[in-house]
Design a protein around this ligand. Sequence first.
Ligand code: 5AD
Ligand code: SF4
Length: 439
Amino acid sequence: MSEPKKLFIKTYGCQMNVYDSERMAEALGGQGYVETKSPDDADMILLNTCHIREKAAEKVYSELGRFKGLKADKPDLKIGVAGCVAQAEGEEIMRRQPLVDLVVGPQSYHRLPEMEAKTREGEKALDTDFPEEDKFEKLKNRPKAKRGPTAFLTVQEGCDKFCAFCVVPYTRGAEVSRPADRIIREAQDLVERGVREITLLGQNVNAYHGAGPNGDMTLAGLIWELNKVDGLERIRFTTSHPNDMDDALIEAHGTCDKLMPYLHLPVQSGSDKILKRMNRSHTAESYLRLIERIRDARPDILMSGDFIVGFPEETDEDFQATLDLVEEVKYGYAYSFKYSTRPGTPAAERPQVDAEVADERLQRLQAMITRHQREIQDSMVGQTVSVLFEKPGRQTGQMVGKSEYLHAVHVSDADVLSGDLHRVRIKSSGANSLGGELV
Ligand code: 5AD
Ligand code: SF4
């Protein structure tokens, strides 16, 4: 038997890229590839890229430059770029970095096997189409090998919202939802392989409207169907848009036992003027009222969010409105970014905020978010949570898992295995995790 070829995939950006990387590795598995953890012994290197902020693309180019030596030593080494930078830049990547053999967009990676074969003929392969066919249908069934207790599952891709700062509608295309029966089958397959928690993914996951047995199904409908899957214990979903939080989904947070009390619901800014210029079609007030309704349905829900500071024409007052909103919501987790100009998006044309001002705002916002995160994490001490254990901790005898609120929790010298769900009484709160004992 010939030696398997080795594939090294490096994944940047969001969780959907993590999922896509798994599927790309599986697709290339059919071509005789197995994954390797190091680029040094790889026969193919694939960078699965992110285009959301400027630096992300620059990082890709500098990473590619570092493979020059490897390619000189091993001329058969193939180098590919996948993901959103591939979609946005296309052929330009090969022009700027001639050592790249293959460029594949997020909607065409089911064609990777043929593309790889083409590169083995010494040709370059480029595919950034938005094909008619459903990539998930063209991909082979997922392998049956055992895997860890948590998994991502893409249910929806693309976005029709066109926020003024965002490249996603251009790189991932229009909103498309996968049919419910395929998702349920994939979830059942994952459960058979040892998965107990599934995070449903979509750029606008709560706009999900996939074909179901009686017409289109909403995300709440899909969650209720997944709730019936034996052996699946936990369901999460991300990322949501405030305008797509319908009543049934809010209610499910109170009534669906497998749906975890955690919600990532980005608002981006607390200023109505900025929200309008961002084309967000909601106000700070409507967002706050929405959170009130969600908390009425599930009082202990942990909220998470995304913020952009230094959006064009953001004044000190606008920024203060963001701080006020954050103070009111108190996020358990929140991610904040300095506005990054994306060519081709409407905001790129607007007067930019001074970089130093934006830096200073980012620091202030992050300090506030960190304080809240820590307060919420500390408030878990004395509570009993449920933990899905995933892997050994850093110290011997330690096991680490996640609570329903996504806090990392470790226990010591307890008889637990990866995939076990246990009740844990929280005893301590450290920098990045909680410590506890089984009850
Ligand atoms: N600049 C900075 N942050 C951005 N995001 C999206 N586009 C930009 C941009 N141009 C942030 C948003 C989004 C998260 C995934 O990335 O906060 O919710
Ligand atoms: Fe980008 Fe806005 Fe769509 Fe989110 S909702 S992917 S921020 S355009």
